[in-house]
Design a protein around this ligand. Structure first.
Ligand SMILES: NC(=O)c1ccc[n+]([C@@H]2O[C@H](COP(=O)([O-])OP(=O)(O)OC[C@H]3O[C@@H](n4cnc5c(N)ncnc54)[C@H](O)[C@@H]3O)[C@@H](O)[C@H]2O)c1
Length: 329
């Protein structure tokens, strides 16, 4: 019996084929499918690896409308940076759900960064003010890069203020991103500079809010991607209370997003304050932004269907371009 070929794609190869614009469109399909009930996606399974000072996350998903099953495995090893190794390793496997045949094996870090940026780009398109020109990014790591790239795809941004506890990292980011996106990117010298931002992205690993509510102006749209555990939070609870809050998925956010869980525990909001999911906004079952003074917050913890549609898109584009190599197991 003949075995099928599996395409292997490295991070570099994925970066060659994936554009942010295409990924944002793919997110629209993913969240529409989720809204229509075409996605089978359990909450991610985590394993604490205490003796190894790390953890493993497994994110399986089935998307019936494109006949694909995927799983992303993320390994987090906290001692790695000290050994000169990456903090996170990740890999995505893609299968054909009709036959069960494995189709592709690819780097999970580029897929994650692109899809996490892309969903914020989609949220900014739907919720940000039309006239947004100034962005701010708090947390200038891998996710911070694709957050700004995506916001620039969604709106005509001409300037970005960037914040990081690590000053050198913020400065290096400013140089790299201003060249890449051809906009002015400057390291912020005061938190008050947030008041000038129309779109704010938070992409840190912080356990407590990374800004004061007094520094968020009316009309701002915020994308919060960093916190993914109840003990992590980036967005001030008072800002959550003032804002129209849209989430990637209610179930996931109410069990993982510290920004919302802590705001509920501290009595700022109840779970009903969550206005809806991104799919509700795409399908217009809840209104998006209703005026220019409203603060909107999009909170994402990440859903496996984002990885699946991005991996499927990458596979199609890589096949067309003859990129990657094929193996038979
Ligand atoms: N929502 C999602 O789908 C999704 C996907 C991937 C990663 N994440 C999460 O996003 C976060 C960022 O990921 P990354 O890979 O870019 O991490 P990273 O470690 O490369 O970058 C995080 C940056 O945030 C900075 N930082 C930390 N606390 C800060 C604070 N209080 N103020 C300003 N800067 C601060 C750090 O100095 C660092 O430069 C992580 O928590 C990660 O788990 C979320």
């Amino acid at each position: 019996m003949e075995k099928n070929k599996i395409r292997v794609l490295s991070g570099q190869e994925l970066s060659k084929v994936l554009t942010m614009k295409d990924c944002i469109n793919a997110m629209k399909d993913a969240f529409s499918a989720l809204w229509k009930g075409e996605v089978e996606v359990p909450l991610r399974t985590g394993i604490d690896m205490v003796p190894d000072n790390g953890g493993a996350l497994f994110m399986p998903v089935y998307l019936s409308n494109i006949s694909r099953v995927g799983i992303k495995t993320v390994m987090i090893n906290k001692d790695n940076p000290g050994k000169g190794l990456p903090f996170i390793h990740a890999m995505v496997m893609l299968f054909d759900s009709h036959t069960g045949a494995p189709l592709a094996l690819m780097d999970g870090e580029v897929i994650t960064a692109m899809r996490t940026g892309a969903v914020s780009g989609l949220a900014t398109t739907l919720l940000g003010r039309e006239d947004a020109k100034v962005a701010a990014v708090i947390g200038t790591g891998t996710q911070g890069e694709t957050q700004l790239e995506a916001v620039c795809c969604a709106r005509k941004i001409d300037r970005a203020y960037v914040f990081d506890l690590d000053r050198d990292r913020a400065e290096a980011y400013a140089v790299k991103m201003s060249k890449k996106l051809e906009i002015e990117v400057v390291r912020a010298t005061s938190e008050k500079m947030l008041l000038k931002a129309d779109v704010v992205c938070t992409s840190t690993s912080s356990q407590k809010p990374v800004f004061d509510d007094a520094n968020i102006a009316n009309g701002t749209h915020i994308n919060g991607v960093g916190s993914y555990r109840p003990d992590m939070a980036e967005i001030a609870p008072r800002t959550i209370q003032r804002a129209k809050v849209i989430v990637d998925q209610k179930k996931g956010c109410l069990s993982e997003a510290g920004d919302l869980i802590q705001a509920i525990q501290q009595g700022f909001i109840t779970a009903d304050h969550i206005h809806g999911e991104l799919g509700d906004v795409i399908n217009e079952s809840v209104p998006a932004r209703e005026n220019d003074r409203e603060i909107t917050v999009f909170k994402s913890v990440g859903i496996a269907v984002q990885d699946l549609v991005t991996a499927d898109l990458a596979l199609k584009l890589a096949k067309q371009a003859g990129i990657g190599r094929e193996i038979i197991l």
